[in-house]
Every structure is written in structure tokens, then in C-alpha cells.
Design a protein around this ligand. Sequence first.
Ligand code: 2HG
Ligand code: ZN
Length: 475
Amino acid sequence: MLSAPSNAAVLDALAALLGERGLITGSDTEPYCVDWRGLFRGRALAVARPASTTEVAAVVKLCAAHGVPVVPQGGNTGMVGGGVPTETGRELILSLSRMNRIRAVDPVDMSLVAEAGVPLQTAQEAAAVVGCLLPVSIGSEGSAQIGGIISTNAGGNNTVRYGNTRDLVLGLEVVLPDGSVWNGLRRLRKDNTGYCLRQLFAGAEGTLGVITAAVMKLVARPAVLGTAFCALPSAEAALAVFDRFQRRDAAGIQVFEYMSRRSVGLVTELIEGVGRAVETDAGHYLLIELGSINRDGNPSAVLEEVLADGFEAGLVLDAAIAQNEAQRRAIWRLREEHTEAQKRAGASLKNDVSVPVSRIPEFLARATAACEAAMPGIRVAPFGHIGDGNIHFNLVQPETMAPKDFAAESDRLMEIVNDVVVDLGGSFSAEHGIGRLKTHVLVARREAVELDLMRRIKAAIDPAGILNPGRILDH
Ligand code: 2HG
Ligand code: ZN
């Protein structure tokens, strides 16, 4: 345990290293010590804000020498508390925000080299300037940073087309727990040279190294988009419509999002200025976006054709196709405001799960029945990335229940959902990660061999447990 005098010595050394702009202490650290949901609130020794890889390396080296745990933090938009300090006050937050340079964008290599603290949206805009697309699309893209989305392997709305963030990482620069720097910023499409180290750090939630820069893969930017919102009679119908689009134009599917009646209802009820996109009140809805990189392509016509066929077959009850950008934005808001609406609805439990795509209807039916039986009045409000098999099977407290009583039932409800998930061959954390929220679930739901491998990797790379201890793997 670090003693008070050595705390002071570390702070002095950090101040000397980083200067006034690079170190935040005292009550000014508070905004960095809480996650956006207010679920995790801690205290930090200080917030270090290095401006270069050399400074990050020096900070980590100093902390390693003094046994100070380091918590890397990006835009602080995570869902599982991975970037928030504990209550001990011993941990140093390492904010990457000042490392915010785009080092290169190359439309021939189709790559972008960005420092860890570049906001995702800024990187997307830099890609757009050269006519390319950086295809990670998440609600928090204005704040989330490149280092954070790689460390958490963010998913999002475009996964169905382009994969998760890790699939877009060509190279990384990483500061290791002893302060050494691995420069793996290669922008190669082929590089078969032993273990794929960059994939170790992607999704590691800052437990193995601090990502300081990355080479991201870019893709051709769709020249035309078509966006539709439709109402369906059942989850089976939603899946059947997905199948029809896959057969008609798989490469055109940019987004394929599912929303339940309850989740859409919460948005229209609790978020001002968001209206229904279709008149028909249905149990299930889809937001579908198709793209064409060919300027002569007509994704709206494809939407119309497949949805009309679906209507004939009784799979689609109603549909609206955006005729202009304003209508497209309105459809998107209905989806994007889900998280905020559920936050306003009271205490809620997020179950970010995945099952094989074909099992989604069965999952929704079984998990809904099990939760409603376990807690009368519970509001099951699922939505998510149906094209990836990833459903946010979120549960909102019964209207009459006290939020703290609902919170006390979280583990029991999560177990009920996870039993169904596991039975269907799924995962209890599809895109939000483990952080501090789900370490106990990882231990309970993963086999000994898998856990042991993870612990050995952590011990080999970070034997002193300096980087983000207690996240992913419990101490
Ligand atoms: C999304 O898909 C995010 O919008 C957030 O992953 C999901 O709020 C949630 O549960
Ligand atoms: Zn999601």
C-alpha cells in the first residue's frame, strides 16, 4: 500500500514531468471519477494528461516504480465502469484527451493514423474529407475516443456490415505496463508474423497496455443511402425480413436495428420532439439503412421492393422510407434516443447480450416470459443490433417500485436472462465489455481453461498489476 509521503512524491514527480496543463488534482478530478450513468463513482490520486507517447510512457514508468495503479480513460462513455477509479483514492487516471492529433489519412492505403484521444467523430470527419468512411457508428461518437473504442472493441450500428472496432484496427502503438513502447503502427493488409499482438490490446479495456495511437482501416464511402423504418407483427417476421435483405443486397446493408414496442414507446413518451415514424402500433420495429458506393445505385428503391414483398407476405405491417435528410434524421433519432429514454424511465438493468442471429425470436420470447414471471410489472424493453444477434435486453423497473429495490434485484434478473442466453449458445456481454460491472459474471460464466488463459496473459504482460487492476479479471 502506498503511504501518504510517497503519494506526495509521486504527485511532485508527475507535476515535474507533465507541467501545469498535464496534471489535475483535488476536487478538479471529480468529473473524471464518475461514469456518465452515475453507476460508478470513485476517487483518484490525480488525473494525468500527457500530451505525447513519450509522456505516457514516463507516467506509466513512474507509476510502475511506485506501485501506483493506472486507469486509462478516453471519452468516459463506457457502459461497464472500466475507466472509472475505485474508491481507494490510490489510482491515477491517465486521460488520453490531449493526445488528439490525426497523424495521417491516406485514401490509397485506405487508412487513418490517429492518436488515442482523437474523438471518433473527428476521425470520421477526417476520413470523409478524403472520400472514405471510418465505419464505427455509435451514439456516443462525439465524445468517445479512438483509444477507448479500440480498448473496448466498440460495436455499434455498422457491425452488421463492417465488423466490430477490432476488425478495423491495422496497427497500434502501445505503452506497456513497464513503460516501454511497442510501435506496431503498421498499415498493412497482410502481415502474418506470429501472434497478432494488436488483437491482444483491442478489447483488453486498458488492462494490458495503454493504446496511444492506432492505424484504422477505412472503407469506400457509400455515395447514396436509403433509410426505412417499419412495423412488424413478430420477431420472427423481423428476422425473415433480414433474411430477404441479405439475399437481395447483403453488401448494401449498412444498418439493421431492432426495437420493441415498449422501447419505442419510452422514446416517444419521454423524449421531446421525437414522433412515431409510422402510424401502425406494432410489437416490433426495424430501422434499416442500405447504402450504395455506386452513385447510380438506388437503395431506396431496393428498400421499397423488399418491404413491399414483405408486406404481401404478411411480414411487414407498415413502413416509411425517408425522402430527405430531415426525415432520415427523424428516423435515426427514434433509435438513438433509446438509451436516454430508458435512463429517464427510472432504474433499469442493461443486459447487453448476443445469441446466434437465428435464435433471436426464441431468445426474446423466453427471456421476456422468464423476467415477467420473476417480477410482475417489470418493463421489458429490448432493442439492438438484430443483424449481429446483439440485443440490449434492457429491463426497466415496475412503475410502482422504488429504484433501489429494483437495483437490489439486478443480479437475480441478470442471471435469469443469462441462463437463457447460455442455453442458446450466446454471450452475456456482446459489445459493452466487462469492466468492473461484470467481473463476477465472467468468472461464473466462462470455463476454467478460458479464465486461466486470460489470467496468464495478464500476469505475463502486467505481472505487477499496474494497469487497470480489477477490471475484466477480479484481483
Ligand atoms: C446502443 O446500441 C448502445 O444504443 C447502448 O449500445 C445500449 O443503452 C443501451 O443499453
Ligand atoms: Zn449497442
